[in-house]
Design a protein around this ligand. Structure first.
Ligand SMILES: [Zn+2]
Length: 355
């Protein structure tokens, strides 16, 4: 038994000299010092020995165990230290190296266009406002010189708000998702803060969806009201916007039209971005405009009935209003070519990342 203990000690110490890495060292520890290791197996014979021999062998066994553990700890810490050094040489980090930039997104191109439009009008003293997207029929139609029975109201494919097929109704009529930003006109006048130079940009809703329409789109509504505002102010503001947004080479044209809430009313045209107003492109008739001009949106002098609805005296105050779609305006910028406007809202990164 004493010999066996000596043998285990010598075998272990010899094997310890040959071990080359921490995995081999752990195997060795389990083989000799583990719960089922060689030393434990041998010590299991102790209870069958005579008492005096048992005490002596037990003492010797403990000494051997301490010796082995001490030798193991020495080799183990030396090995850990040298492996740390090796790891520092291979796994080091250069903290002065530039980091990897995380992918950065950007604002949606409609948001970019809204920012650009607002900024241009702000330079002329227009103030950005926001009026309700869900509004009374009164502000969306009736106060804009469109009585309930007027057929012009059929032109708007309007969404109504209701519950279980019953359209919600109050003292200012039904509740609608605003089909145009013109609902901000009388609301702005009701603030009684004159003069008014409002730019109301908001979401608008109509029952339509095809290559050039989405059920939700953005409009901006300009409204200027003061004493002595004339159509020349409208033309000046329009001209400034077009040259800032589309480029200084673009010209503007006012073309007579009819709207209920303005008198006189007009469509605002700008020269085509492809042929620059000539109507010809590479010796052929321009495919975009056919005659040199493209339509941007509607405008006009605020109708006296609308001024009255806003509590203003048409003999004292006058003003102009204009409005058109943000998406349409953006697409008309000559460097953007979109076949189907609905792609703006499909969240397709292959498209959005181009801008
Ligand atoms: Zn053209």
């Amino acid at each position: 038994m004493k010999n066996d203990l000596d043998n285990i000690k010598n075998e272990f110490l010899k094997a310890l000299e040959d071990v080359s890495d921490s995995l081999g060292l752990e195997d060795l520890r389990v083989e000799y010092l583990g719960r089922k290791g060689k030393l434990s197996q041998l010590m299991k014979q102790l209870p069958s020995m005579a008492e005096d021999v048992r005490r002596e062998v037990g003492q010797l066994g403990n000494d051997v165990k301490k010796t082995l553990e001490l030798a193991f700890t020495e080799v183990s810490s030396a090995m850990n230290a040298s492996e740390d050094v090796a790891r520092q040489q291979t796994d080091w980090i250069d903290v002065t190296q530039p980091g990897v930039r995380p992918p950065g997104g950007h604002l949606h191109l409609v948001t970019q266009a809204i920012d650009e439009v607002s900024t241009i009008f702000k330079r002329l003293g227009f103030v950005s406002t926001r009026h309700p997207e869900v509004d009374w029929d009164y502000y969306a139609f009736e106060s804009l010189n469109m009585p309930k029975t007027h057929p012009a109201r059929d032109e708007w494919e309007t969404f109504f708000i209701g519950d279980g097929g019953t359209v919600q109704e109050g003292k200012k009529g039904k509740v609608v998702l605003t089909p145009h930003t013109s609902n901000g006109q009388v609301r702005e006048m009701e603030k009684k803060q004159l003069p008014i130079r409002m730019i109301n940009i908001n979401k608008t809703y109509r029952r339509q969806s095809d290559a050039s329409h989405t059920p939700m789109f953005h409009q901006f509504e300009g409204l200027m009201i003061d004493k002595g505002v004339t159509i020349t102010h409208l033309k000046g503001v329009f001209d400034y916007f077009v040259k800032e947004f589309f480029g200084p080479e673009r010209e503007v044209r006012l073309r007579p039209f009819h709207f209920r809430f303005t008198e006189p009313s007009m469509e605002l045209d700008i020269t085509c971005g492809v042929c620059l107003g000539s109507g010809e492109n590479e010796g052929m008739k321009c495919k975009i405009c056919k005659e040199g001009w493209v339509e941007l949106g509607g405008a006009g002098m605020v109708h006296p009935n609308v001024l009255r609805a806003g509590g203003l005296d048409p003999d004292v105050y006058s003003g102009f209003a204009f409005g058109w779609g943000v998406e349409r305006t953006m697409v008309m910028k000559s460097d953007i070519n979109i076949d189907d406007i609905r792609v703006l809202y499909r969240n397709d990164l292959r498209f959005l990342e181009q801008f």
